[in-house]
Design a protein around this ligand. Structure first.
Ligand SMILES: Cc1cc2nc3c(=O)[nH]c(=O)nc-3n(C[C@H](O)[C@H](O)[C@H](O)COP(=O)(O)OP(=O)(O)OC[C@H]3O[C@@H](n4cnc5c(N)ncnc54)[C@H](O)[C@@H]3O)c2cc1C
Length: 361
């Protein structure tokens, strides 16, 4: 049966839900105003299905499945839109820069070794990536954590959903009522609403235990491009992109949302990145930017119904690019009545934070 869905948010999460719903022959409208800090346009694009986990999590299996789904998605989107999401099978080497981090990293290696997924290795970092300083010693090599260009993925999904018939209304949603979406221009009644507005979801649903975490990144061009993504335990990463470009990220400022890139932020990234990879000192700076990650009180996404006609899907923090295919698939299936999908999403239900339900006014 065809139904009408209204989504607030045109980042990778809202777009992935729209993509799956429209492929299932549903009618979809997205409200989106792109912000200078839209997370999907700021991300490093790493698909850290194993890198992001050092202990059991209800998200782990979904992350592994989502990482694998990016391959087919990239092909599908290229055929449908002509846009290449630049999926690069670079793998990832996770390094420690002090003794405490090394102990954490070795524990993560032992944890990942026991999981039933792609093997991980404990190797000399310099052997895996010769551009790294030899001082780093042994590190965690994850050969299956590849990466995409996040802006290209967002662009491809935007074009894809429009080609398949999704209407994108570029208006700011000021508020939602029990039955309509109110923009600066008009009021639009909805049948089924999905709030997927990233870190801004809390402006529409103030009770959500959600907060923004600003992050800065930069792109440089270098004659010495690494062949592997390098991720330091302290959160600094070096991601090789096409055309000798290398993305360096990312700072982390909880509860900050301003769109400014600071000298202190760039200094911190460059100090840490060049200490790990000295050849980056010869690189040319191309661009810097920042974005706002949606983080939750317990670190897990918030996905589920908050009323019979309202659904929320946000809080993917620093893994929304990785998790977008599985999120889109399971949310669409759950909305279409699939009980298994609803069960798989149960650990992320907004009800875990409340005794009763959410009320919106
Ligand atoms: C610096 C940085 C690095 C990252 N690196 C990675 C990475 O390497 N790998 C990874 O998997 N993830 C990464 N992430 C995380 C990832 O980017 C996010 O988890 C993901 O993009 C969140 O997507 P979203 O659609 O929920 O939110 P967003 O991408 O922020 O999209 C929400 C959209 O809704 C719009 N909107 C909000 N409110 C309204 C409203 N009221 N009316 C109309 N429009 C509205 C916003 O303007 C925005 O366009 C990174 C994030 C940052 C900031």
């Amino acid at each position: 049966m065809q139904k009408e869905y209204t989504i607030i948010g045109g980042g990778v999460i809202g777009l992935s839900i729209a993509y799956q719903l429209v492929k299932a022959k549903q009618r979809v409208t997205i409200f989106n105003i792109t912000s200078p800090t839209t997370a999907s346009l700021a991300a490093g694009g790493m698909l850290g299905g194993q890198n992001e986990f050092s202990e059991p999590s209800p998200l782990f299996d979904l992350a592994i499945e989502s990482r694998a789904a990016h391959k087919n998605l990239a092909k599908e989107l290229a055929t449908l839109t002509g846009v290449d999401v630049e999926l690069i099978p670079s793998g990832l080497i996770k390094v420690a820069t002090n003794e405490q981090q090394k102990q954490f990293l070795h524990k993560q290696y032992q944890f990942l070794q026991k999981q039933k997924t792609t093997p991980v290795y404990w190797k000399d970092a310099h052997d895996v990536e010769p551009l790294l300083t030899p001082h780093l010693g042994r590190a965690l090599h994850i050969t299956a954590d590849h990466q995409v260009k996040a802006r290209q993925l967002t662009k491809a999904l935007t074009i894809a959903v429009q080609k398949l018939g999704v209407r994108i209304i570029t208006q700011h949603v000021r508020k939602i009522t029990a039955t309509s979406v109110v923009t600066d221009n008009a009021s639009y009644p909805f049948t089924q609403l999905i709030v997927a507005a990233g870190a801004w979801s809390k402006q529409l649903l103030p009770h959500l235990p959600l907060y923004p975490v600003k992050g800065e990144c930069m792109m440089v061009k270098t004659a010495h491009t690494p062949s592997t993504t390098v991720f330091a335990v302290d959160g600094c990463y070096i991601v090789p992109k096409r055309n000798n470009e290398v993305l360096i990220g990312a700072t982390s400022y909880p509860n900050e949302v301003d769109p400014n890139v600071t000298v202190g932020g760039i200094l911190s990234l460059l100090t840490r990145a060049t200490a790990m990879m000295p050849s980056l000192k010869d690189a040319t700076i191309i661009e810097s930017w920042c974005g706002v990650r949606p983080q939750t009180a317990d670190g897990l996404p918030i996905i589920g119904a908050i009323s019979p006609t309202m659904y929320v899907c946000t809080g993917h923090y620093r893994n929304g690019i990785l998790l977008s295919p599985i999120t889109g698939k399971l949310v669409a299936q759950a909305l279409l009545g699939d009980v298994t999908a609803t069960q798989r999403l149960a650990p992320f239900s907004p009800q875990r934070f409340t005794q009763g339900g959410y009320v919106c006014n």
